[in-house]
Design a protein around this ligand. Structure first.
Ligand code: PMP
Length: 410
C-alpha cells in the first residue's frame, strides 16, 4: 500500500513538474507563436535551390546561402582535404591547441581583405557578437543599439551588464539624443547591423560614424548579411561606403554568403589582442573543425574574385523585389537579397507560409519575438544560383495567392 502511494506521488510529481511549461506552450500556441524544427531530408543538386522536406520538393527561398556556395564542389573538396590532414575535430579551444595553421592563414587573409590591422575568428557569428560586446563594455558603460539589431547583439549587451539604450530603427536623431543624455557613461558603444536581417534594409553608417566622432564612442557593425553581397570584392557595406577605417569593430559571419560556418571580426591590433585575452566564448568553447576553416578559405577566394556571381545575385534580388512590389506586396525599403513580405498577423502569416509550401515554395513565416509584434512576415531570400525561370515561377505563385491573402486565407 505504502509503495503504491509513493509510486503515485512520484508519477503525480512527474506530471506536475512540467505543467507550467505546457501551460506556457499552449498560450504561445494560441497566439501562433510556437516554432517547429523541420527535418530537411535532402538538398537536391549543387545549387542549393531545391530541398526535400517531409516528402515535398520545395524551391528554397528561405536560406542565407546568398551566393549558393554551401554545396559548391570547391568548398566540399577543400573540407575533405582538410579532414585528411587535420582530422574531424579541433580537439580544444583556440587558446589551447585547437588553432590549426589554417586559422592563421584565414585571419591574415581576412585582415587584408578588409584592409584592417587584424582579424579574429570565432566559432559562430552569434559568439562573435556576444563575445565582443561582453568583453568591450561592462558595468558603468552604455551601449546604444538599433531597435532591430540581431538577437546575438542584444544577448551580448545583456551579458555585458552595461546599460542598454535602444534607439529607434535607423534614426540617428534619436541616437544622438540618447548619446547626449548618457554622455557621462564611462565608455559608450554604438552597435548596428549593416544589413538588417529581417528587413533587408541598410544602416545609415555615415551618420553613425559622425556620432562616433562627436561623442568619442566605439562603433561596432554586424556585416552578417552584407559579407559577400555588398562591396566590390564582397567586403560589405562599410567598404561599399568607404567607411571601413572609421569603424572600431567590423563583425561578420561565414554562415551565410560564405556557405559554411563561423564568425569573425576585423579591427585594430589592440582590439584583437585584447579580445583574444578577454572574450569568454573564444576562450571557453572549442575551435571550429579544421574542415570548416578550409571551406571558408576557399569561399573567401570565390567571394573576392567572383564579382559576376554577386552581380547576378543583385540583379535577381532587384527583379524579384520590384516584381512583388508591382503585385502590391509590402516589401520594405531595402535593396538587398532579403525581401520581407510584411503581413502583420501571426496566424495569417503562418497560413500563407503553409499555402506556399503546398505550392512548392519554402518561404518561412517570421514572427515575434524575432520581429516586432504586428509585423509578422514571410522572409524571402534570393540566391545567385536561383535561375530566372525559378524566380519567375515563384513570383507567379506568390501573385496567385495574394488575393487569398487579402481576403484571409481560409
Ligand atoms: N548577426 C546577424 C545579423 C544574423 O542574422 C545572424 C544569424 N542569423 C548572426 C549575427 C549570427 O550568426 P551565426 O549564424 O553565424 O551564428
Amino acid at each position: 500500500m505504502k509503495s503504491s502511494c509513493v509510486r503515485f506521488r512520484k508519477v503525480f510529481e512527474m506530471l506536475d513538474r512540467y505543467a507550467w511549461l505546457d501551460e506556457d506552450y499552449e498560450r504561445l500556441e494560441k497566439q501562433a507563436l510556437t516554432r517547429q524544427i523541420r527535418s530537411v531530408d535532402a538538398v537536391l543538386g549543387d545549387r542549393g535551390a531545391w530541398i526535400r522536406v517531409e516528402g515535398k520538393t520545395l524551391l528554397n527561398l528561405s536560406s542565407n546561402n546568398y551566393l549558393g556556395l554551401a554545396h559548391d564542389a570547391r568548398l566540399k573538396a577543400a573540407a575533405m582535404e582538410a579532414i585528411e590532414l587535420w582530422g574531424t575535430g579541433a580537439t580544444a579551444s583556440r587558446l589551447v591547441t585547437g588553432s590549426c595553421a589554417l586559422y592563421t592563414e584565414l585571419e591574415q587573409r581576412l585582415a587584408a581583405w578588409k584592409e584592417r590591422e587584424a582579424a579574429l575568428v570565432f566559432a559562430s557569428g552569434y559568439q562573435a557578437n556576444a563575445g565582443v560586446i561582453s568583453a568591450l563594455v561592462g558595468r558603468g558603460d552604455a551601449v546604444f543599439s538599433d531597435r532591430l539589431n540581431h538577437a546575438s547583439i542584444v544577448d551580448g549587451i545583456v551579458q555585458s551588464r552595461a546599460e542598454h539604450y535602444r534607439y529607434r530603427h535607423n534614426d540617428p536623431e534619436h541616437l544622438a539624443y540618447l548619446l547626449e543624455k548618457h554622455k557621462g557613461a564611462r565608455r559608450k558603444l554604438i552597435v548596428t547591423d549593416t544589413v538588417f536581417s529581417m528587413d533587408g534594409d541598410t544602416a545609415l553608417l555615415p551618420d553613425l560614424v559622425g556620432l562616433r566622432a562627436r561623442y568619442g564612442a566605439l562603433l561596432m557593425v554586424d556585416e552578417a548579411h552584407a559579407g559577400g553581397v555588398l562591396g566590390e570584392r564582397g567586403e560589405g557595406l562599410c567598404h561599399a561606403l568607404g567607411l571601413h577605417r572609421e569603424i572600431d569593430v567590423i563583425m561578420g559571419t561565414f554562415s551565410k554568403a560564405f556557405g559554411a560556418y563561423g564568425g569573425y571580426i576585423c579591427a585594430d591590433h589592440s582590439v584583437v589582442r585584447y579580445l583574444a585575452t578577454k572574450s569568454r566564448p573564444l576562450i571557453y568553447s572549442t575551435a571550429l573543425p579544421p574542415a570548416v576553416i578550409a571551406s571558408v578559405l576557399t569561399a573567401l577566394t570565390i567571394v573576392m574574385k567572383d564579382a559576376e556571381r554577386r552581380k547576378s545575385l543583385q540583379a535577381k534580388a532587384k527583379w524579384l523585389r520590384e516584381r512583388l512590389a508591382s503585385y502590391g506586396f509590402s516589401v520594405g525599403e531595402g535593396d538587398t537579397p532579403i525581401i520581407p513580405l510584411i503581413i502583420g498577423d501571426n496566424e495569417k502569416t503562418l497560413r500563407y507560409s503553409r499555402k506556399l509550401e503546398e505550392m512548392g515554395i519554402a518561404a518561412v513565416a517570421i514572427r515575434p519575438p524575432t520581429v516586432p509584434a504586428g509585423t509578422s512576415r514571410i522572409r524571402l531570400t534570393v540566391m545567385a544560383t536561383h535561375t530566372w525561370a525559378e524566380l519567375e515561377w515563384a513570383a507567379d505563385q506568390l501573385q496567385s495567392i495574394r488575393a487569398d491573402l487579402e481576403g484571409g486565407i481560409g
